[in-house]
Design a binder for this molecule. Structure first.
Ligand SMILES: *[C@@H]1O[C@H](CO)[C@@H](O)[C@H](O)[C@H]1NC(C)=O
Ligand SMILES: *[C@@H]1O[C@H](CO)[C@@H](O)[C@H](O)[C@H]1NC(C)=O
Ligand SMILES: *[C@@H]1O[C@H](CO)[C@@H](O)[C@H](O)[C@H]1NC(C)=O
Ligand SMILES: *[C@@H]1O[C@H](CO)[C@@H](O)[C@H](O)[C@H]1NC(C)=O
Ligand SMILES: *[C@@H]1O[C@H](CO)[C@@H](O)[C@H](O)[C@H]1NC(C)=O
Length: 443
């Protein structure tokens, strides 16, 4: 007991950025008596709604396949300002450029931006695509399911409070490919296209427009999306994107976290990325110890755990011990090429979306210099970026410290409430030392 307590304490100090969602599966088992009156959705792995219809591969990316209205029983959902929740299933593209599909969950506030009688018929309804980091290769721990029990940071409720709709894509896709930035970027973009296409007819929203927001692994998905957007979704006009705590290179981050309290992220990433690459998955299975301590079975237990559960389980584990050849097995050419392809940002395209980027100078998961040079490169090629470098705190602090500024940036690009001063063109870097006053509410 003492050991577990210490472990929890240690992990709790660094994991605010990690979604603490772990569904109580026993509640579900009791609830699902098959009479159709269950208050919660079934697990994604058993939910017949989570299937693409016949012939779906032929549809173009972003095509809406299904809308599930009243997906959640909102009287049970502990998220502020929620009136209604619906889900959209749509066509997308995977990391090998094959057809895949995705799901997003959309929250509608009690008071939408365009509800007020004073707004003109031209009112443009803001929709925030909110990429929530879920850091797991377990499909059943996807946000579309887990958000029924609440949200980790209160940010969905805050955005709803501003009158925006909030769309939360399961950006890791139907294989829960945690760490695979390519499929995450495509699914994020297609979720936005699908929601913008769905809401005029299904919900009477005449002029929807979307902005993106993501921190940490949610930043990777968001950043990949804005890099892909000019080529992959040229007709999509994004209002802006807020990107915080970005990891431009997972190649640098991987070994940095291998023996730390966040070792579990590396286990989840190896499983998640290889879910997109059948050849590398096959190789992986030949390189993990078949038995004894640190074996293949224990390694893959991660794929049954939420991000939080795997952080606890693998905390301070030397991940390379699971491999017959140690770290070198992950540096085999096929594996190295895969990690490089999925884990390197800044190489897919030049964003033409206004970006607010924010990062702690002392970010402990990724060196700030890599974000500096990614941004510098975009700026030299014409991007429009406001970059805040915060000299206060580390990776998890900036999640909280950047919250108000992110909401205000959304205010700038979507309308509604406070705004953040933003350069009308080009780039601006600001060094600041900012700590959110815990007494001051974020709105
Ligand atoms: C939603 O939950 C409430 C509270 O448990 C319950 O009374 C109601 O019947 C549920 N509604 C549906 C449609 O399941
Ligand atoms: C996916 O794409 C790869 C590379 O283009 C191709 O070799 C493979 O056959 C495709 N798989 C499926 C299931 O279409
Ligand atoms: C609505 O938009 C149209 C076309 O952009 C414009 O001509 C019209 O003046 C606008 N109406 C209002 C009330 O803003
Ligand atoms: C694999 O590791 C787990 C966890 O330590 C252990 O319970 C299991 O017996 C091991 N399997 C084999 C085949 O050694
Ligand atoms: C911000 O601080 C860095 C050092 O951390 C410095 O190199 C850079 O010039 C500063 N930028 C601005 C715009 O003040």
């Amino acid at each position: 007991m003492v050991r577990l307590g210490l472990l929890l304490l240690r992990v709790a100090t660094v994991t605010e950025a990690i979604w603490q969602f772990s569904p109580d599966l026993t509640v579900l088992a009791q609830d699902d008596d098959g009479d159709g009156t269950e208050s919660y959705l079934p697990l994604p792995s058993t939910d017949s709604w989570y299937r693409a219809p016949e012939g779906w591969e032929e549809a173009t990316p972003g095509t809406v396949f299904k809308i599930r209205k009243n997906a959640y029983n909102v009287s049970l959902v502990p998220i502020a300002n929620v009136k209604e929740v619906f889900q959209v299933l749509f066509r997308s593209t995977d990391s090998l450029e094959n057809a895949t599909w995705g799901v997003t969950t959309v929250f509608v506030p009690h008071r939408s931006q365009c509800d007020s009688t004073t707004s003109s018929a031209n009112c443009s309804q803001g929709i925030v695509s909110y990429q929530l980091p879920y850091d797991t290769s377990c499909l059943d721990a996807s946000p579309s399911f887990g958000l029924q029990w609440g949200e980790p940071y209160g940010e969905i409720g805050m955005a709803l409070g501003r009158g925006w709709w909030v769309s939360v894509p399961d950006f890791e896709g139907p294989l829960a490919s945690y760490g695979a930035n390519i499929v995450a970027g495509y699914i994020t973009l297609d979720s936005v296209r699908a929601v913008l296409a769905a809401v005029p007819d299904a919900f009477g929203v005449k002029h929807p427009r979307a902005a993106l927001w993501g921190y940490s692994n949610g930043a990777s998905a968001t950043e990949a999306a804005v890099e892909f957007a000019p080529k992959y979704a040229p007709a999509l006009k994004l209002a802006g994107a807020a990107i915080g705590g970005l990891t431009p290179s997972q190649i640098t981050s991987g070994p940095m976290i291998a023996r730390t309290q966040v070792s579990g992220l590396l286990v989840q990433g190896i499983i998640g990325i290889t879910s997109q690459y059948p050849k590398q998955r096959e190789y992986l299975l030949t390189r993990l110890h078949p038995s004894g301590p640190y074996n293949v079975t224990e390694f893959f237990w991660a794929s049954y755990m939420s991000g939080w559960q795997s952080l606890l389980y693998y905390s301070y584990v030397d991940v390379f011990q699971y491999f017959i050849g140690g770290q070198a097995d992950l540096e085999e050419p096929g594996m190295a090429a895969m990690f490089y392809r999925e884990g390197t940002l800044g190489v897919f395209g030049i964003p033409d979306t206004p970006l607010f980027m924010y990062q702690a100078v002392e970010d402990d998961l990724t060196p700030i210099a890599e974000t500096d040079s990614l941004i510098q490169n975009f700026c030299e090629k014409g991007s429009n970026i406001l970059y805040h470098r915060n000299h206060w705190g580390g990776h998890n602090d900036e999640l909280t410290n950047g919250r108000q500024r992110s909401l205000d940036f959304m205010g700038t690009v979507l309308g509604g409430g406070d705004v953040l001063e933003f350069p009308s063109s080009g780039c601006k870097t600001v060094n600041l030392t900012f700590m959110q006053d815990p007494q001051k509410p974020i709105v």
